[in-house]
Design a protein. Sequence first.
Length: 338
Amino acid sequence: MRLHARTLLTPFALAAVLATAACGDSGSSGTGGSQASGSASGDACAPVPGDQLVVLEDDQQLQNADNIVPAVNSATAAANPAVLDTLNAVSAALTTEDLIQMNAAVDVERQSAADVAAAYVEDEGLADGVSGGSGPIVVGGSNFTESTVLANVYADVLTAAGFQATVQEVGNRELYLQALRSGQIQVFPEYLSTVTDFINRLADVNGPDAESIASPEADATLEALAPIAEQVGLTFGEPSDATDQNAFAVTQELADSLGVTTLSELTDACGDGSLVLGGPPECPERLQCQLGLEDTYGLDFASFTELDAGGPLTKAAIQQGEVSIGLVFSSDGALAQG
């Protein structure tokens, strides 16, 4: 269900995307979508257009805890404790709002990931008081904005601690996790619940049919991760408060008109069945999407519009008043306050 992609559009481009998508057939990747069972009995929570997106708090913990967490090759961590000490200092400072602002700086303002990371390290004073490092160390990063920025943040702080840190772009999790295990790279910024279940389902751990051991609680998920990570030669640091996980956004205008900041409050305000939900095609059958919103929160939807997984179509549809609420990612640069 989760993807890590960051594609933002200007307001004019957003309008163009919607105009193009509207030409598609119902049930395609456009904004024409399939109707959920039932129909609206009112219009209290019908879509309200607006430029600013806001995430409603997941106050009943529908989503698992995908906090940013440093992953380190175990041999590297054992040889020099300053690696984890330094990366844990980053975790102590990093927030979801920081991720939003850094993603926006790269994707919207077109700054380089390296420059954005350097400015963050300086502004937060993360290079102060770190020490004990020596020798070369390679930080891996995937080929999307957030991972690249975080890899540069890690490298800058490790350099300040005395390491000769470099950043290397790597591929998907199947490729970079093996590189991390073998020591080709030594450090990687990871996502707690996603990596926990990925490692648990490795062939040399519990196999592809293993049940999820991640949970909405970061500490409990880290506790479940530690023994299987050790089994594959990895060590994880402290999770940050920053998360990049499924979230549900509305326009600021709709949130203000309803007086809601949480999904539970949305349920209380929208009992007339007038909500229109937007998301990827699999959303109606996923516990972390429509099923969970219905079962965990008791939300009732007038219809579902098939869009994409936290991408430009979904964000545009919310902003243009095509859907009331849509699936986004909690650290998306589009959530930056204007």
